[in-house]
Design a protein around this ligand. Structure first.
Ligand code: SAM
Ligand code: MG
Length: 214
């Protein structure tokens, strides 16, 4: 029978990671992607930068755009304080099904709400559907041409407060030039680049952290 890369990634988690241990889930995925099959997770190197931003912000509410197999979801959720919530959006139902199992294997289903559908459909409904006021942290990692329009939607629907942090992956590779230009030139943001490498490669990539100034 045929299997997909996300299904093989899930099998590697079930074989090699300890249930209820998020770090072992992250480690099993990184090992699979370095030694078996590359996959578009934020990865171990940029993942350390992600972890440090999550720890610094100590968010109560997090929005993630682009779940894929739940790798970054697990990294973020495992660092959240008690009662914090992570909403993660994924429009591919096959990826979402795998991610649900990865998140459950890590024991993090209480902290994570995985919502299936397109970001542009859900962002306008997040306040009323999930009782959200604002997000303390937004992790952008979906299709790269959506970063800028979705950021503008997030602003328009009042989902940011003074001090909210946007963290964007892959700003160099594949690259998000219109988004970078926007956050770097807008007086509404204080923006900073964290240089790193594309997941599981030596190609330059990095994360852009942008604090919303209101
Ligand atoms: N954040 C994940 C990680 O680091 O483990 C990787 C996410 S992957 C790079 C991007 C994902 O975003 C894909 O699974 C894709 O199906 C999803 N996606 C792309 N555009 C989307 C959109 N507009 N709404 C919801 N999901 C989207
Ligand atoms: Mg990415």
């Amino acid at each position: 029978t045929q299997s997909t890369r996300p299904q093989r990634l899930l099998s590697a988690v079930q074989k090699n990671a300890t249930r209820g241990d998020p770090r072992s889930v992250v480690k099993a995925i990184d090992h699979f992607c370095r030694h078996k099959e590359w996959a578009m997770n934020v990865g171990d190197e940029k993942g350390c930068i992600l972890d440090s931003v999550v720890t610094e912000v100590n968010p109560h509410t997090v929005l993630e755009l682009g779940t894929y197999c739940g790798y970054s979801t697990v990294r973020i959720a495992s660092l959240l304080p008690p009662h914090a919530k992570l909403i993660t959006l994924e429009f591919n139902p096959d990826y979402a099904a795998v991610a649900r199992q990865v998140i459950a294997w890590a024991g993090l289903e209480e902290k994570v709400q995985l919502v299936e559908g397109a970001s542009s459909d859900w962002i306008p409904k997040l306040k009323e559907q999930f009782g959200i006021q604002t997000f303390d942290l937004v992790f952008l990692d979906h299709w790269k041409d959506r970063y800028l329009p979705d950021t503008k939607l997030i602003e328009e629907f009042g989902l940011l407060r003074k001090g909210s942090v946007l963290l964007a992956d892959n700003v160099i590779c594949p690259g998000t030039p219109d988004y970078l230009e926007y956050v770097r030139s807008s007086p509404q943001y204080k923006s900073q680049y964290f240089k790193s490498h594309l997941e599981y490669t030596k190609v330059e990539d990095g994360l852009e952290k942008s604090v919303f100034l209101g």
